[in-house]
Ligand binder design. Structure first.
Ligand code: SF4
Length: 246
């Protein structure tokens, strides 16, 4: 399975889905919705991947279509080595170029100089500022090249995600956001990975259901919430980095 590199530069913008198309998209299963998104948007859609379990499933589903597809990821500069390892494994297995976006040094350097490298532990405000600089701003740079993006969000990941639709028009931008796995359970994701021998981040085998930056993610105990290991010092209601504000 290969994904030829292709560019959005020479492709005119694609209109958002109509109400009927949105309803149709919502009715599709995951593989159907991935195919629908790729056929409809071509190089104007991309998979947003942090290389957690859901994200590698999306990449596998996209590869199955035989269509070219784009994948981007945000290298915050604070990722675990295991995450770089899975990026390489996915590149090799699916022969897909990964668009890796870095934060702007002119924003990172003064922030770290003023507040230190571990500023995220000092306050929610500083944690959100770090996420803004290292994640949200680079995301903005890739989203302007897109009319739609695909995410691995699922409704049972966290209290902040219980109403995630499979297809929605983002307020303000009109950009489509597709979450083909929205109605999948954690067990269903694992079953797909095992059945199809999808490569995954080895941190999942060490108690990390959700994987983000190294200093802001830890393993969780049996029975804990799937996102309990993300910013574990904060309340559940604040546990979003701004990438998926609703
Ligand atoms: S998850 Fe932590 S290290 Fe990563 S960008 Fe957010 S605050 Fe910074």
């Amino acid at each position: 399975m290969t994904s030829p590199a292709f560019s959005a530069n020479s492709v005119p913008p694609v209109a958002p889905l109509t109400a009927d198309e949105l309803a149709h998209a919502e009715s599709l299963d995951a593989e159907g919705l991935v195919r629908f998104g790729l056929e409809r948007y071509g190089p104007r859609i991309a998979i947003a991947s942090s290389f957690g379990l859901e994200d590698v499933v999306l990449i596998d589903l996209a590869a199955r279509t035989g269509l070219p597809f784009r994948v981007f990821t945000l290298d915050t500069g604070r990722l675990n080595q295991e995450t770089y390892d899975i990026i390489d494994r996915v590149r090799n297995r699916y022969e897909v170029d990964i668009e890796i976006l870095f934060p702007d040094p002119s924003e990172v350097e003064p922030m770290v100089r003023e507040h230190g490298p571990n500023l995220f532990y000092d306050s929610i405000e500083l944690r959100k500022r770090c996420c803004q600089v290292r994640k949200v701003a680079p995301l903005g740079r890739v989203l302007v090249t897109l009319d739609a993006w695909m995410t691995g969000l699922r409704r049972d990941q966290n209290t902040t995600r219980t109403s995630v639709p499979k297809a929605e028009v983002e307020p303000g931008t009109g950009r489509m956001k597709l979450s083909p796995l929205a109605d999948w359970s954690w067990d269903a994701v694992w079953a797909f990975v095992r059945e199809n021998r999808v490569p995954y981040n080895v941190l999942h085998d060490r108690g990390y259901p959700s994987i983000g930056c190294g200093p802001c993610t830890r393993a969780v105990a049996a029975g804990e919430d799937l996102r309990a290991g993300r910013w574990w010092w904060e309340n559940p209601e604040t546990k979003e980095c701004g990438l998926h504000s609703r």
